[in-house]
Design a binder for this molecule. Sequence first.
Ligand code: 48F
Length: 257
Amino acid sequence: MLDEIKISQAIINSYKKKLLKVLDVDVAIVGGGPSGLSCAYYLAKAKRSIVLLERKLSIGGGMWGGGMMFNEIVVQKKARLILDELRIATHPYKEDYYLAEAIEAVCGLGYRCMQAGVKIFNLISAEDVLIRKNRVCGLVLNWTAVELANLDVDPLTLRAKYVVDATGHAAEVVRVAEKKADIKLKTSTGKILGEKSMWAEVAETTILKNTKEVCPGLYVCGMAANAVFGSPRMGPIFGGMLLSGKKAASEIIKKLK
Ligand code: 48F
């Protein structure tokens, strides 16, 4: 006989256990788009404890919609190797261009992350950072529903050795650190430089250069990296996103050693 109360107890107990486990982790990643997922996968593969927070109901960020809702993504050969590793199908178009189904890419990335041990929490937003001795060392979190309804509800916090801003164009975590803490970013002005108009060729190169620790304890990857360092956007080519997440992961893995 099915008992609704037992079903509720199962969900509440299991969620509570999962949440308690991630209150003190190696790395907390904000944003479940392609760069955040790629970063999370490689960190988990290196056996680090990882939590990924995603504001929306679904992970995947801007990848679901391909280009202007044509749900295909384009990647270059270097990034195709990441999709190969994740067993996400690609097929060659011409020269260095490969295509993948956007839906398969998102689902594949999410699935591999979970299998590698990433703890993903959807419907939670990072609204602030924890800073001690001028170093970012955690996040301040709240339910997205609280944010959307503009309710006056205090947040909870988690601690992390490193935080990764993978929030896309808005670079939300870096923005809040810049605004609220007297932190100088590693940009030419010490402030966020802002994203430039589309130029795929340049953007796909600069994104890797811009993927770095932007201030002590806080890494930036994906589109957020180009937004922080004043580089262009690239549109529906996703190779740079995957490679950027992987680069952030490998730098953090080195630091954690
Ligand atoms: O925007 P998004 O896909 O970022 P990305 O990984 O990839 C960018 C591309 O999708 C595309 C592009 C390709 O050429 O330019 O735009 O850099 O994913 C960012 C995710 O972060 C979530 C947001 O809902 C999205 O799923 N997010 C943003 N701010 C927060 C957040 C926040 N404060 N807390 C939690 N999640």
